[in-house]
Write a protein that binds this ligand. Structure first.
Ligand code: BDR
Ligand code: CA
Length: 322
């Protein structure tokens, strides 16, 4: 049976690829897309989500719910320097396409409560909506069957600061609350996992481009800005932590090694805001998360290539700027 899931996303670049996987993989039953403040301007993220639904040929089939437009207590921090507008300058006519009137937090609470223990949530942006759902419904963490989080680093480097990965940095209070809430949580960290095993260099990018599908063209466009940024900071390719997070939920056989950790998030530190303290079992702390340590990297690339090879028919024309 396909896995029922919600993707909570700050849609730009690899968030789009994660959505494609959840929209097109027969192993996935995507019940909703919930939007949270993160990578780029909130309304642009919503445009990017609809654009992704269109290129997948699934416009109008999956509800889009708007969530928190700012972190719990802090000002929003953007990653537009990394992602541009997050779509590679693509656009389309959105006439008649509206998000749901139900707030993302209410949708998350409702969908989890409808079938307790069955829904998976893939959280690939700051954890604001998830923390709000915890605050709103004391049963939310129990009702969610599995929570997959992209965030933090496992005793490695950050990206937005030396100490912190972007999703946890933007809303550290939310991330801290989520790890204290009692979810069955699995973490896909930035470093070392993403940096070592989920970077697509030029040869792989060429192989994707050669697929010649609407999805492979879309992939090339949405990843262009990030590729340029990544190269400027010494990463030789595009980074795919969000699509990896969706992939390991849908295909656990891609995971080669994982371990139980106690994960907590720094909210008070001056230099360490959003730092993820991942304790590996020798510090007397009870584990609260499974952290993925190693994947089948070739298998992950083959999986995404398979998704991008799907011959979809976008319903609306996709315009390219410039
Ligand atoms: C994470 O931050 C965002 O820029 C990406 O979408 C990903 O979720 C990586 O640190
Ligand atoms: Ca993201």
């Amino acid at each position: 049976m396909p896995t029922p899931l919600v993707i909570d996303t700050d849609t730009a670049q690899d968030d789009c690829v994660a959505l494609l996987a959840a929209l097109l993989d027969p192993a996935a039953d995507l019940r909703a897309i919930t939007m949270v403040a993160g990578n780029v301007g909130f309304d642009q993220q919503v445009r990017n989500a609809f654009l992704t639904l269109n290129v997948a040929g699934r416009l109008g089939e999956v509800p889009v719910h708007l969530g928190c437009r700012a972190p719990l207590t802090r000002a929003w921090v953007s990653a537009e320097d990394v992602h541009g507008d997050g779509s590679g300058g693509l656009s389309m006519d959105r006439t008649g396409l509206e998000p749901e009137s139900e707030h993302a937090v209410d949708a998350l609470v409702r969908l989890a409560a409808e079938h307790p223990g069955e829904l998976s949530v893939v959280a690939i942006g700051p954890l604001t909506n998830i923390a709000m759902a915890v605050a709103k419904d004391p049963d939310f963490a129990r009702n969610v069957g599995a929570l997959y989080v992209m965030g933090g680093s496992n005793n490695g480097r950050g990206n937005i600061t030396a100490a912190a990965e972007f999703n946890f940095y933007v809303d550290p209070e939310a991330a801290k609350a989520v790890f204290a809430a009692g979810f069955e949580v699995t973490v896909v960290p930035w470093d070392p996992l993403t940096l070592r095993q989920a970077v697509f260099g030029q040869e792989r990018l060429d192989r994707v481009a050669a697929l010649g599908t609407p999805l492979s063209d879309f992939f090339t466009d949405v990843c262009a800005a990030t590729l340029e940024f990544d190269r400027s900071v010494g990463i030789d390719g595009t980074t795919h932590p969000d699509s990896l997070t969706a992939a390991v939920l849908l295909h656990p056989e891609l995971v080669r090694r994982s371990a139980r950790y106690h994960v907590d998030v720094e909210t008070a530190g001056e230099l360490t805001r959003g730092y993820s303290a991942m304790s590996w079992g020798v510090h007397g702390l009870a584990p609260n998360a499974t952290v993925i340590e190693e994947i089948d990297a070739e298998g992950f690339f083959a999986y995404l290539s398979g998704v991008l090879a799907t011959p979809t028919v976008p319903t609306r024309e996709i315009r390219r700027s410039g």
